[in-house]
Design a protein around this ligand. Structure first.
Ligand code: HEM
Length: 166
């Protein structure tokens, strides 16, 4: 019963988290980047005045905690041969990819915060250092966003297929 409830929570939280991240990284983020000042105003509102950030953090952490419990039960707390079965390896790869994706998710939040702080600091024409810092942060944002998307896709692909791996 507890297992079924945690599995239910895991799947709902996983859908909210992975769906939100993929849509944000591949559709909404690029739309924000392409719409200049309007996009910046929208992004500021989205990140600080809506539930978006809290929902992404909450569902990401809930997915990983619930998933760790499921893996613990399935593997008899990391001691059974299940871990070396096709299924165990499949869920293990999906779990590891999900945890890595969560770390990159936190890094996206940090980078967005640093970009917003730098944006607020710039009065009029940016200095050379501010331009260089902006370029560095934008590069990091592209990297962490791409990594987050790739690891989330690996995680959902493994979650969706692991039970058929024998
Ligand atoms: C990317 C987000 C994730 C999504 C959308 C997701 C989704 C799912 C789904 C739909 C299942 C049911 C699969 C089936 O019964 O065939 C499942 C099972 C499972 N997930 Fe995830 N998952 C995610 C991340 C994770 C993470 C990060 C972990 C571990 C830390 C994990 C551990 C597990 C385990 C162990 C099972 C097997 C449960 C069982 O025996 O029924 N998942 N997941």
């Amino acid at each position: 019963m507890v297992f079924a409830a945690v599995r239910f929570l895991h799947i709902i939280a996983g859908i909210v988290w992975a769906g939100g991240a993929i849509l944000m990284n591949l559709v909404v983020g690029p739309a924000i980047g392409a719409t200049g000042d309007t996009g910046r105003q929208f992004a500021g509102h989205l990140m600080t005045k809506t539930r978006f950030t809290g929902m992404m953090m909450g569902s990401g952490v809930a997915t990983v905690l619930a998933g760790t419990y499921l893996y613990g039960v399935d593997s008899n707390w990391f001691s059974s041969g299940w871990m070396m079965s096709g299924q165990g390896i499949g869920f293990g790869i999906g779990a590891a990819a999900g945890i890595v994706a969560l770390v990159f998710g936190f890094m996206i939040g940090n980078t967005n915060g640093a970009l917003a702080a730098l944006g607020a600091q710039i009065q009029g024409k940016p200095t050379d250092e501010q331009m260089a810092e902006m370029a560095r942060l934008r590069k990091r944002q592209v990297f962490v966003t791409s990594a987050n998307t790739i690891f989330i896709i690996i995680s959902i692909a493994m979650m969706a297929s692991a039970r058929f791996l024998g």
